[in-house]
Design a protein around this ligand. Sequence first.
Ligand code: AP5
Ligand code: ZN
Length: 217
Amino acid sequence: MRIVLVGPPGAGKGTQAAFLAQNLSIPHISTGDLFRANISRQTELGKLAKSYMDAGNLVPDEVTIAMAKDRMEQPDAENGFLLDGFPRNVSQAEALDELLESESMQLDAVLDLEVPEDEVVKRIAGRRVCRNESAHVFHVTYKPPAKEGVCDVCGGELYQRDDDSEETVRKRLEVYHTQTEPIIDYYKAQGLVVTISALGKVEDVTRRAMEALKRGE
Ligand code: AP5
Ligand code: ZN
């Protein structure tokens, strides 16, 4: 299956993607995680991306599309993938369509996670991420680690993302509404969108998502 996950910052895309990718046996491809990996390796791409990410803006399309394309062309993505955080504006969606078309492939679904803004603000404010592996995500209240500041999975240090400050979150939400939300209409026109509520327990949201994807098939 080829799936795109959309939703505001803090909706739980990364959290859900980990379970969905496992259930569906497809790789989880997160452009945010790819940028953060470049930042920690201090690559040129990482340096460029950090300046945009810290301000809550989108990284320019040219580098983002090239990075996403490169990842989607890896052998593990041959039979499907779950895209998280890409595409993030209409021109990225058009670039993805072109890429898929050139390989005679198509998307199966666009899963839209709906969460009220006050809830995403709470989720982001309490989020803590592992320095070793960005898929290891915790929350001080909703998913506290057994030992404060330490990742349950690998023992790595937990930290608060630089772009999770209140001011940057406000900017990211604005960018979501103005630049990313239009892709929902773009995909609605292709009949691909399935919308679910992302409120409630993580496992309930995963169940809802799996049922919606089955219905959408
Ligand atoms: P990215 O990393 O994609 O961030 P985002 O879209 O803002 O999403 P988040 O990672 O903040 O949230 P999430 O929805 O994954 O939530 P999570 O599962 O962590 O992008 C960051 C930046 O990179 C962008 O601003 C941009 O600069 C750049 N970028 C990335 N892609 C780009 C692109 N395509 N083009 C250009 N620029 C790009 O959950 C949040 C918290 O809530 C966690 O603490 C979690 O434990 C908790 N939680 C999750 N589910 C629940 C639940 N059901 N109940 C209670 N708590 C929950
Ligand atoms: Zn970890």
